[in-house]
Design a binder for this molecule. Structure first.
Ligand code: UDP
Ligand code: MG
Length: 320
């Protein structure tokens, strides 16, 4: 077993060669001022640039730095999970590698933890340097998600947060594949509070969250925290059949008791297209849930490691 330190900082990285050195230095400065024992767990999520080599250099020079290396890119939420799995601290901080979340805030988070809170999450009061589109879709997403689920997920928070060991253990015990960590933390409960911060611009490099990954994350969040979309089908079906039934009576009445018959090709095509559209989209909704159920049922491990460095008791691969 590893010796427990006071604070573990988990940093997921995907092609972050341009920022990682600076991130390390800023983190180290902050952690040194706290004056407690700490470890920085870098998780290399299958980067194809020099990220791995740079962190390996840090590991050799500083034994508080640890590296977990994935066999390929498994995604941000899985990388954070792996970091938590490998952390030993009394408290655990999750932070992005790109310095959008200011490491200096960790000092405030630790102070709130000392007051007795188990989770201290960062609440973004302003987001700098992010596109209008990203801010708007994010704001809409958080509000939509809140309206669909009974779990109280705070709006405008990311994964930047400090958690007590017991919260971290609770999260790592949940091995679901569709992970939406901020939601899972809310689900877990415990005493939670927030600290406000201004989200900076990315220090260097580009976002590693293209629209495709953002859509996947939001679908994961929706499907793992709500079954309401599944119920849309029954509500919609009920309403539409009610309307259809009433309309049926109207046309039958017209046919038998009046001289007017409604002309029909355009309206038939319109109704047919509308209903096929609705049916196919609802099948898509079903598919989202069934696909995820299938993925879960395979019970594969969440990630595969190709290396782990500076962990006592783990095999380090060396080919020299
Ligand atoms: N990240 C990762 N795997 C991925 C995508 C991103 O580990 O597949 C990491 C990335 O290196 C960064 C964090 O997740 O530390 C957040 O990504 P990014 O800053 O690109 O997202 P944004 O802030 O633009 O939403
Ligand atoms: Mg970022």
């Amino acid at each position: 077993m590893q010796k427990q330190c006071f604070l573990s900082v988990v940093v997921p990285m995907y092609n972050e060669e341009e920022v990682i050195e600076v991130t390390y230095r800023r983190l180290k400065t902050v952690l040194d001022t706290i004056g407690e024992t700490y470890e920085i767990v870098f998780v290399n999520d299958g980067s194809r640039d020099k990220t791995s080599n740079i962190v390996r250099g840090m590991c050799a020079a500083d034994h508080n730095v640890k590296l977990v290396e994935f066999s390929r890119n498994f995604g941000h939420q899985i990388a954070v999970t792996a970091g938590m799995d490998h952390s030993s601290g009394r408290t655990v901080v999750l932070i992005d590698a790109d310095l959008q979340d200011p490491p200096e805030l960790i000092v405030d988070m630790v102070a709130r933890w000392r007051e007795g809170y188990d989770v201290v999450y960062g609440k973004r009061i302003e987001r700098k340097g992010e596109s209008w589109f990203k801010k708007m879709t994010a704001a809409m997403f958080y509000r939509l998600l809140r309206s669909m689920t009974s779990v109280n997920i705070p709006v405008d928070t990311g994964d930047f947060r400090l958690m007590d060991r017991k919260v971290c253990d609770a999260l790592t015990s949940m091995r679901e594949r569709s992970r939406f960590i901020r939601g899972m933390v809310s689900w877990a409960g415990f005493k939670q509070t927030s600290v406000d911060y201004v989200r900076d611009e990315r220090f260097a490099g580009e976002t590693k969250y293209p629209l495709r990954k953002m859509i996947k994350l939001s679908l994961d969040a929706m499907t793992s925290f709500s079954t309401k979309p599944l119920k849309i089908a029954s509500v919609l079906g009920f309403v539409l059949s009610a309307i259809g039934f009433i309309y049926l009576f109207i046309v039958l009445y017209q046919r038998f008791f009046t001289d007017t018959t409604t002309q029909g090709w355009t309206s038939l095509i319109a109704i047919s297209l509308l209903f096929h559209g609705i049916t196919l989209s609802l099948l898509g909704v079903l598919g989202e849930y069934i696909g995820r159920t299938y993925e879960e049922s395979k019970r594969r491990p969440l990630y595969l490691l190709s290396d782990a460095i500076n962990f006592a008791g783990e095999n380090e691969s060396s080919r020299e």
